[in-house]
Design a binder for this molecule. Structure first.
Ligand SMILES: Cc1cc2nc3c(=O)[nH]c(=O)nc-3n(C[C@H](O)[C@H](O)[C@H](O)COP(=O)(O)OP(=O)(O)OC[C@H]3O[C@@H](n4cnc5c(N)ncnc54)[C@H](O)[C@@H]3O)c2cc1C
Length: 199
């Protein structure tokens, strides 16, 4: 199996000086490298590209894109009062946050929970904008505790999300390499500077 080194000079969170660790000399530079091509990786790639990051690489160890996301039922929780009120559902981010904290016996990180409950609506809106056809019907997802789930209405809506996000990523010139497994993060002074991958 061939070993490749990719180096990242930029991530979503910090601009890093370019640094390359070359073991075999077979190495390529990208501005952003994303490991894993499920919903998290694809949405990060699309968002980064929309925000001006160039030369983005997505890698996945599998031979196909999608990960667990492609198998998912695709229920996405979000408080969207204008849709929920049409069905007589009264909800709020605060109520949702309380439910999450109580369900997790107050072990969840409240900062992360706050980020989730207060950004879910705008995330849903963004997903619609990039082409995901969410229904207006709001329902209670399996294990979801309350009627605040949204989906594209199919049995496996996750596959639809992956297909649309993958198409969008490619239309924004994001590069994709399958059968490529991250084996090491290359660090310098405590900062991740690149990825060593087998592919
Ligand atoms: C049957 C099923 C139904 C579900 N239904 C719902 C639902 O209705 N609503 C909901 O919110 N959630 C649901 N989930 C959970 C949801 O699918 C996951 O939480 C979500 O898909 C996680 O997305 P992700 O992008 O983080 O991970 P994934 O989609 O799993 O993507 C991770 C990717 O990383 C790759 N990878 C891992 N390690 C490496 C490595 N070292 N190098 C390179 N690539 C690597 C994997 O091959 C994979 O493709 C469901 C899950 C399943 C299985």
């Amino acid at each position: 199996m061939r070993r490749r080194n990719f180096s990242a000079s930029l991530t979503l969170f910090a601009i890093l000086p370019s640094s390359v660790f070359a073991e075999t000399g077979d190495e390529t530079k990208f501005d952003l490298i994303i490991i894993g091509i499920g919903a998290a990786g694809l949405s990060t790639a699309v968002s980064a590209a929309q925000n001006g990051v160039k030369n983005i690489l997505l890698i996945d160890k599998a031979a196909f894109v999608g990960g667990h996301s492609a198998l998912s039922g695709g229920s996405v929780n979000a408080v969207v009062p204008e849709l929920q009120m049409k069905q007589g559902i009264k909800d709020s981010p605060e109520f949702w946050q309380r439910q999450i904290m109580e369900t997790g016996e107050f072990q969840s990180d409240p900062v992360l929970v706050n980020t989730l409950v207060n950004n879910a609506q705008s995330t849903l809106h963004w997903l619609r904008e990039i082409g995901i056809p969410f229904d207006d019907q709001v329902f209670e997802a399996w294990g979801g505790k309350f009627q605040r789930a949204h989906s594209a209405g199919q049995k496996r809506s996750g596959m639809t999300y992956v297909r649309i996000m993958n198409h969008k990523a490619r239309s924004l010139s994001v590069k994709v390499r399958l059968r490529t497994e991250e084996v090491n993060l290359l660090e310098k002074d405590g900062q991740v500077m690149g990825v060593r991958a087998n592919g």
